[in-house]
Write a protein that binds this ligand. Structure first.
Ligand SMILES: Cc1ncc(COP(=O)(O)O)c(C=O)c1O
Length: 459
């Protein structure tokens, strides 16, 4: 029997998403002036059907049939056992990964791009705007928009735009239009360029540009889309964990450890949230979001109210934040260079239900190369952060002689990130650690904002 690949038939694909807001409480989003946010305040930015989903506390939400149809182009994604890696590490741990690199754009991002494009389309929207860090999200939204006949405009963080020229071509192949951010097309972009003409850009700046481009379109037919952070994005990604549960049931196993890299939190949440529910209900399971030490949002930054973007256009969200004006060092895991984190993921950290970890850039690439030489797939730079944690856990299991089962979200392949591998092989990649004084300085921006309440969800 093939015990490497655990496939799930298309007919077994989950037909509902899991909404963690049925099981935990969040501080509400606030307007920039601190007043409570009403659904209609978000209407110029998102279509109302997605705003309703953002605020829903229904535990199970049906996946619309046209969305199921497009997702079935590559879903269910395989659950794979990393047997060669286990052997190379000589570990008694059993390592499984959910391979999200099999989607057309190469990552987990289309799991939410497809439903977002669908909900915009049925709301009568004709054009979507967004930002992208590494280029994975911009590719995913371009792909999804092409499936539903929508136009797509992507503001891509300058450093990634320069490092990954083929991402732009990929977006174009799906009909998307991609410009480097900061651009001179928006006020937010012009302000950022005036401040620093050589800026590598940041997700915070690119979000400001994409939001501004959507709300300033007077036709009313353009909306903005976010590829991570928000509740509805985490919701759509839970298809990863819901499929994984069915696949583990097929082999009669249960994971003891769940691992995912965390930029805005969505691929981690996708795999982890169904298991967080088990943990709330009393099951013992270790759950680790993993971030780069260069951008230590969950491991070192406080839980506060802060803007999701640099210009301050977005609501104040209750989250761990390095400060909305923070421009992270130009590390190669572009999708993990974000100052904030999903409010749901932040809340779970605050409650001790999940335990954040951080890894150094070179440690991550070392794990990525070991993975390529054992499991064969070249991981995206973001994904290597999760894999570094897998290697640590597997080594610990060996030291302790424990046969635990580890499940990791393999968020994407790195075939368009080879320039970064090139630098790693040339010894040019550096470890970057944020100094305490820089942390303190970047956090001044939210000093006067309201503070989130401490909430607990424990049953
Ligand atoms: C392959 C890959 N993994 C992970 C991430 C991080 O995003 P998130 O934390 O929302 O999953 C990104 C973001 O661009 C990505 O491209």
């Amino acid at each position: 029997m093939n015990d490497r690949k655990i496939d799930l038939p298309v007919r077994e694909m989950p037909r509902q998403w899991y909404n963690i807001l049925a099981d935990i409480r969040l501080n509400p989003p606030l307007k920039p002036d601190g007043a409570p946010m009403a659904p209609e305040d978000l209407a110029p930015v998102f279509p109302m059907n997605l705003i309703e989903q953002e605020m829903s506390t229904e535990r199970w939400i049906d996946i619309p049939e046209p969305v199921m149809d497009v997702l079935s182009l590559w879903r269910p994604s395989p659950l794979m056992r990393a047997k060669s890696l286990e052997k190379a590490l000589g570990t008694p741990a059993r390592i499984y990964y959910k391979n999200e690199g099999v989607s057309p754009p190469g990552s987990h991002k289309p799991n939410t791009a497809v439903p977002q494009a669908y909900y915009n389309k049925i709301f009568g929207i004709e054009r979507m705007t967004t930002e992208t860090g590494a280029g994975q999200w911009g590719s995913a939204l371009s792909f999804a928009c092409s499936q539903f006949g929508l136009a797509c405009k992507v503001y891509m963080v300058r450093i990634s735009f320069d490092q990954k020229p083929y991402r732009k071509a990929m977006m174009q192949a799906w009909g998307g239009q991609c410009v480097a951010s900061p651009s001179s097309e928006t006020q937010a972009g012009r302000n950022a360029l005036e401040k620093d003409p050589q800026t590598p850009g940041s997700l915070g700046i690119a979000i400001s540009e994409a939001v501004e481009a959507a709300v300033s379109d007077t036709s009313g037919k353009t909306r903005y889309s976010l590829g991570s952070v928000l509740n509805h994005v985490m919701l759509h990604q839970t298809i990863i964990g819901l499929e994984a549960r069915k696949q583990f049931a097929l082999i009669g196993e249960e994971p003891d450890v769940i691992i995912g890299c965390a930029g805005g939190g969505s691929n981690f949440a996708g795999l982890a949230f169904p298991y967080v529910r088990d943990k709330i209900n009393g099951r013992e399971i270790a759950i680790y979001p993993v971030e780069p030490a260069a951008c230590p949002t969950l491991t070192r930054a406080p839980f506060v109210y802060d803007h999701g973007d640099t210009a301050g256009y977005t609501p104040l969200l209750p989250m761990h934040s390095l400060g909305h004006a923070f421009v992270p060092p130009p590390i190669h895991a572009g999708g993990l260079r974000y100052h904030g984190m999903a409010p749901t993921v932040s809340q779970l950290v605050d409650e001790g239900l999940i335990e954040p970890q951080s890894v150094e850039q070179t440690e991550a690439y070392e794990a990525g190369v070991l993975w390529a030489r054992t499991e064969g797939i070249i991981p995206a730079p973001e994904t290597t952060n999760a894999l570094a944690q897998v290697v640590k856990e597997a080594r610990r299991a060996k030291e302790e002689g424990q046969t635990k089962t580890i499940a990791v979200s393999f968020s994407g392949h790195g075939l368009l990130d080879l320039a970064a591998y090139d630098k790693y092989f040339a010894g040019e990649l550096k470890d970057v650690c944020m100094l305490e004084e820089d942390m303190r300085a970047s956090q001044k921006v939210f000093a006067d904002f309201p503070k989130p309440d401490s909430l607990t969800s424990g049953k």
